[in-house]
Design a protein around this ligand. Structure first.
Ligand code: ZN
Length: 179
């Protein structure tokens, strides 16, 4: 990882698109505060980083199109035994830069709109948003000793999250546990 390069703080997507430019770099997971609340913090190595690559061009409608890739290995908490779970993100990105929600509504289905403020696109914030979107609904480890005791113990406090509860229900039949 000696060639790791920090992401620029702000870029101008339109200018990059006109020149067929790209952005590549890394951001420390420790710097992503919103993501941190989803991670098993004690287990996050200081060296944990996310790598982002973005290429900019214009689509036939002259919208700024951003394609690329996001990679990271996150450490989540198994919701059955509370142990660490390694979660690999290798996410292709297909985005269209928009100025506001109104413009976002016109973006073709195969692209994800990304609202870019007047001061420019913050690549690290984009990486953080995409990492949060890439998280599983329910993290589960594949250890044989993962017995679900924690899940039973914490069931009442998780009941306020309907998505986690639904995913847990779905996982009870046809889950891919190694048993
Ligand atoms: Zn577990």
């Amino acid at each position: 990882m000696s060639e790791a390069k920090r992401l620029p703080e702000r870029v101008d997507p339109r200018r990059l698109a006109l020149g067929g430019g790209s952005v590549a770099g890394d951001v420390a997971l420790a710097d992503l505060r919103r993501l941190a609340e989803y991670l098993l913090v004690d287990e996050v190595p200081d060296s944990g980083r996310a790598s982002l690559f973005l290429a900019f061009d214009e689509d036939p409608q002259r919208r700024v199109r951003i394609t690329g890739n996001l990679r990271a290995v996150l450490t989540l908490q198994c919701q059955r035994c509370l142990g660490p779970v390694s979660w690999t993100v290798d996410q292709p990105l297909r985005l269209i830069a928009v100025a506001d929600e109104e413009e976002a509504a016109g973006v073709p289905r195969e692209y994800e709109p990304v609202v870019v403020p007047a001061e420019g696109l913050d690549p690290a914030a984009l990486a953080e948003d995409e990492l949060i979107l890439a998280l599983p609904l329910v993290a589960r480890c594949e250890r044989s000793e993962c017995d679900g005791a924690a899940e039973a113990a914490t069931g009442s406090e998780r009941a306020d999250n309907p998505f986690a509860a639904l995913a847990a229900l779905k996982g009870q039949d046809g889950g891919r546990r190694d048993e």
